[in-house]
Design a protein. Structure first.
Length: 355
């Protein structure tokens, strides 16, 4: 029986690994390493509880830190575990520091790496995630891509061996959990009505680290005519407090980070979603809700090409007009990210089943 070591550390990775773990654990031994990159309950443990992800076999408790410091500590601790386990494969997800550290630690120990969500590119190397993706893809033996665009990116970089177009595991997770949500209870909890509110998320450094940009963004959300629910990332809340940026509008409601099932319910019932998150962009599409992207580029170009997303960059003054544009939007419901069976395909490939 094969031993697969899965390395996760952040909210999006917990969502992605849940459906794949259900498949793998039917036929192999999976050992789960949680680096501790996200450690707040609502950003970490709540996902294990809700998604029925097995408790980590190893929780490294790395926590926050500068990129180099955090990644270095992860490398050290992941290497110790891999030397002890000696797995057949290391499975990594996405583009976080946990992803890159897991890929490098395995590669240096000559353990083959499988990367789920390979081939994504924003072509903005100022984003730490872009560096993490490129490094992870360059040392992986299996590259599971969510879209044909990702396959094309890898081909242009000379990577063709081991590439498998499987679809998006986040779509698998969304479909699996959609029937488990109690939307009415969630909307009652947050005192909102379907389609009568805006859901927003902000966490990327380009929107939070410059006090002037963050203040301007918060002000833009405060002046919208609808209620705006903003589940606020702990780092964003800290920076607002540090720079004296206060919420002075009853329309903008800062709430604690929400658990995954609550987030699905809020996404599914929002009138529009405003975000700088890659994962939330996709979840908006899965939910059939248009999305305004607080970035100048996106890895998910299909969403822009099909009209589901609009890139705003730092032009926050465009938000009201973009919201108005989407009031009459009727987008195609074609499946841009596979058929919801990505996890099964990943399981077959990594376990050597040729079907």
């Amino acid at each position: 029986m094969k031993t697969i070591t899965t390395i996760v550390g952040a909210r999006p990775q917990f969502i992605k690994c849940a459906p794949v773990a259900r498949v793998l654990r039917q036929s192999c031994k999976e050992i789960l390493i949680h680096t501790g990159q996200h450690y707040d309950y609502n950003m970490s443990q709540s996902f294990f509880d809700e998604l029925a992800i097995p408790e980590p076999d190893f929780n490294l408790g790395i926590g926050s830190g500068l990129h180099g410091e955090q990644t270095g500590r992860m490398l050290t601790e992941i290497e110790k575990v891999l030397l002890e386990i000696k797995p057949d494969w290391v499975l990594i997800y996405g583009d976080t520091n946990s992803t890159m550290a897991g890929a490098l630690a395995a590669a240096k120990l000559q353990i083959p790496v499988a990367h789920v969500e390979a081939g994504l590119r924003s072509f903005n190397r100022a984003m730490p995630e872009e560096i993490n993706r490129i490094v992870a893809d360059s040392v992986s033996q299996l590259l599971f891509t969510p879209t044909q665009t990702a396959v094309d990116h890898l081909r242009r970089e000379g990577i063709t061996a081991g590439v498998h177009l499987v679809g998006d595991v986040m779509f698998d997770s969304f479909l699996f959990n959609l029937s488990r949500i109690d939307a009415e209870q969630v909307l009652t909890k947050y005192q909102v009505q379907p389609r009568d509110y805006i859901l927003a998320t902000i966490h990327r450094p380009q929107n939070t680290d410059d006090p002037a940009i963050l203040a301007r963004l918060i002000a833009s959300l405060q002046h919208l005519s609808q209620t705006v629910l903003l589940p606020i990332h702990p780092r964003t809340r800290h920076l607002m407090h540090k720079h004296g940026i206060e919420n002075q509008s009853a329309q903008l409601r800062l709430i604690d980070p929400v658990a995954y099932l609550e987030m699905i319910a809020l996404e599914k019932n929002a009138g529009i979603i405003i975000t700088d998150s890659g994962g939330v962009q996709k979840e908006a599409y899965f939910a059939g809700v248009p999305c305004l992207v607080l970035r100048g580029e996106t890895e998910w170009v299909e969403l822009v090409e099909h009209g589901w997303a609009t890139l705003l960059g730092f032009e926050f003054d465009r938000i009201p007009a973009a919201i108005e544009h989407y009031r009459t939007f009727h987008g195609s419901t074609s499946q841009l990210f596979g058929d919801g069976q990505a996890s099964q395909q990943i399981g077959r490939v990594i376990l050597g089943d040729p079907r």
